[in-house]
Write a protein that binds this ligand. Structure first.
Ligand code: NI
Length: 253
């Protein structure tokens, strides 16, 4: 069954139908979901969801755009939350130079601190990296050796994807691959092995065609699997099976 390796069902866009939606997933072919925290506040929310639904797991971490709110007490609390049995990763963490041009040093500092948290808690990492390819790779090489994980919503070159694959990382592919203008990402999918790809929504964001611009959910992942299958000359069922196996290895499930 489909494994959604990166979702945000704690987002307020799901307030009206979250329960109904999550309860329907397994009947509709989505077997497992990892709900990923992005803010410090959302860490408790993703854990609550993981506690309520057997097929939902949690990742604890703070997104680079939100690290300004972190301090010693909060990172200590996150470390304690990581002891919960349903926490399968530290994320999403990383660097994002798209919006904020001022706080690169702060982002780097908390990225490294959260990589360290993953190492201490023996968890894989979920990496968010946007417009920060070189700095991300530099930090990963220096501070993430021995860690496992996924480069989520991958947006860089095929060459760099192959380098991450060599380092043992998975590449997260979502709705963007179905966009007509996503030539670079389609090339990435063609050039890396299916054994290194995991499916993700990043919902409520980044819905695939034909729902582009609408609220995304794990139920749209078949469109992503079909696009990957077309790009690799494989069957969509095989893409679903292989990416599920990859996701289980990634998160140790
Ligand atoms: Ni995300």
């Amino acid at each position: 069954m489909i494994f959604d390796t990166h979702a945000h069902y704690d987002d307020e866009q799901f307030d009206e139908d979250r329960d109904e939606l999550l309860k329907s997933m397994q009947d509709l072919g989505v077997g497992t979901i990892v709900d990923v925290s992005a803010t410090y506040e959302s860490c408790e929310k993703v854990l609550a969801l993981a506690g309520k639904y057997p097929h939902v797991y949690a990742a604890i971490g703070v997104h680079p755009d939100e690290v300004g709110e972190l301090n010693e007490d909060k990172i200590q609390h996150m470390k304690e939350l990581c002891c919960n049995k349903k926490v399968v990763a530290v994320g999403e963490i990383g660097l994002d130079y798209y919006w904020d041009k001022e706080n690169h040093d702060l982002q780097k500092e908390w990225f490294i601190r959260q990589l360290d948290l993953a190492r201490k808690k023996e968890k894989p990492v979920i990496i968010h990296s946007r417009e920060a390819a070189a700095d991300t790779m530099e930090i990963m090489k220096e501070y993430a050796s021995g860690l496992r994980g996924v480069i989520h919503c991958y947006s860089y070159s095929a060459e760099m994807a192959k380098e991450y694959v060599k380092m043992g990382y998975y590449i997260g592919i979502g709705g963007v691959v179905t966009f007509k203008n996503a030539k670079k990402l389609k090339q990435v999918v063609q050039e890396i092995p299916l054994e290194s790809i995991v499916l993700e929504t990043d919902c409520p964001y980044l819905a695939p065609v034909p729902y582009r611009g609408k609220r995304n959910s794990s139920l749209y992942l078949p469109y992503v699997a079909e696009e990957i299958a077309a790009l690799k000359g494989a069957a969509a069922e095989d893409v679903v099976l292989q990416t599920e196996e990859n996701a289980r290895k990634l998160y140790g499930l």
